[in-house]
Design a protein around this ligand. Sequence first.
Ligand code: SF4
Length: 182
Amino acid sequence: MNQESIEAAITSLPICDYAFLEIKDIPFREEVRHICRTECSRYGKSWSCPPAVGTVEACRERCEAYQGGFLFTSMAEVPDLEALEGTLAARTEHEQITRQVRDMFLGEGQEVLVLSTESCAICEHCTYPDAPCRCPDRMFPCLEGFGILVTGLAEHCGIAFLSGNNLVTWFSLILYRDRTLS
Ligand code: SF4
C-alpha cells in the first residue's frame, strides 16, 4: 500500500485531518454498544447498526482481518446539533468524500471495509429486518455501531474532535488489505 499516493490524492478533497493507524490500536468497547442500545433511536432500525452488524467481538474480528486503517474527518455546519434527522442530512458531503477515499484505496489494489459516521441514510426507509440491504456496496456501517470508541481512536491518532457552535466533525475509517493476499 502506497501511503504517499493516498496522501497526495486526498489533497483534492475537503478533509480536515487524517491518520494511518494499526488495527491493534482501534479501541473496541462494550460500553459504546451499550450507548447504542440504550440511547440511539437508530438501534435495531438499520443494517448499518447493531444488532444487525453483529456482536462487538464479531465486529473486532472483521476488522482484524485487515492490515491497516485510515481515519479521516470532515466538518459540516448543522442547523441544530440536537436534531438527529437534520444532522444526518448534513452528512451527505462527508459520505461522498468517503466514497472518493474508498475508491482511492481500491485504485491502490486494496480490499476495504469502510466504516462511517452515524447510521446509513441512503434509503428513506431501511429494509431492516424484513429484506436484505438494497445497497450493500454503498452502505457504510456505523463506526460507533461496531463498538469503536471514536474519541479514543481520534485522540490516539492526534486528530481533533471539534463540535459545538453547530459544527460537527464527521469521521470515517477505511480498513484495507492487499487484494493479492485474499
Ligand atoms: S442502504 Fe438502505 S437498506 Fe441498506 S442499510 Fe442503508 S438504508 Fe438500510
